[in-house]
Design a protein around this ligand. Sequence first.
Ligand SMILES: Nc1ncnc2c1ncn2[C@@H]1O[C@H](COP(=O)(O)OP(=O)(O)OP(=O)(O)O)[C@@H](O)[C@H]1O
Ligand SMILES: [Mg+2]
Length: 327
Amino acid sequence: MTSSSFKGLRVKDLQVYYDTPEGVVKAVDGISFSLPQGKRLALVGESGSGKSTLSMALMRLTRAPGRIAGGNIFLDEDDILDLDVEEMRLARLSKISLVPQGAMNSLNPVLRIKDQILDGLFDHQVFGSKKITKDEQLSKVNELLSAVELLPSVADMYPHELSGGMKQRVAIAIATSMDPKVIVADEPTSALDVVVQRTVMQTLGRLQEGLEASIVLVGHDMGLVAQFADFVGVMYAGRMVELGPVNSVFEKPLHPYTRLLIRSLPTLENKEDFVGIPGLPPPLLNLPPGCTFCTRFGRENKNTPPWKEISKDHWISECEVCSDIGK
Ligand SMILES: Nc1ncnc2c1ncn2[C@@H]1O[C@H](COP(=O)(O)OP(=O)(O)OP(=O)(O)O)[C@@H](O)[C@H]1O
Ligand SMILES: [Mg+2]
């Protein structure tokens, strides 16, 4: 497939840095991946590995002291980094939309749910220049609420009157209100209990399929995302260390970090002994080039490992110095 006919989201060598008084934090340090339209990619990795920084950059919502320092983000053929501010504002919600980390707290506490849903639609002039009646507005709101399995009565409520799961459903209704082709969901269910998590994920998945949208789902939990995603991307210290079809990554993890992450998943057999990953990720401040996983184990490879496709759609950051760890 030539790159010009690719449909979906394609990220090339993306770099997002934070300029701090102490130096540059390379929170996303040269990440590349392709996600075909309609497919689901889950991003996993320890806290601080750069998942939210990447998600916000995909929306071009990086704020100071952060900046997108290089790379490309193609939606189909267009690089959204080339859009001007107004074009990007219009692309958000209609082409690419975000369910932010802690989305349930992102709702405005003093606005009724219907007004929060309508806000984005008016902003994008979805109803065009024609004057639409209150009834027409409400029927659009009800349609969106029912798509996330909420009752019409929710329209008149304030966020504090809703449970966490309901608020999360409202955030999903807003994110899908303009039929975007890419949905970025940053830990959309992490504040919810497991049963509610599952039902909210089912709703999100059903909507995404209906829209034939791609979804980038951020989550800590390998086990949870494995059930949902087609592809999994493993992030470590601002880089992608492994990316591939979920089955392939779980059955044959190629990067040592992925192997250790999978091993640290609780199973019925090992529930007595919690298996963590030894050591800590390196501080991202003024990070020198080279393999950042080696340093966790007291090894050294001064060359940044190349990003290689080992088998179809299965990529790793290949370092010969640490490749035996976790085998
Ligand atoms: N405003 C900021 N200024 C400086 N550094 C920042 C800023 N925001 C994030 N960082 C750093 O960028 C790195 C990546 O953070 P990010 O929030 O993207 O990680 P994450 O993978 O989403 O973590 P979590 O799983 O905890 O949500 C961290 O080292 C963090 O300290
Ligand atoms: Mg995060």
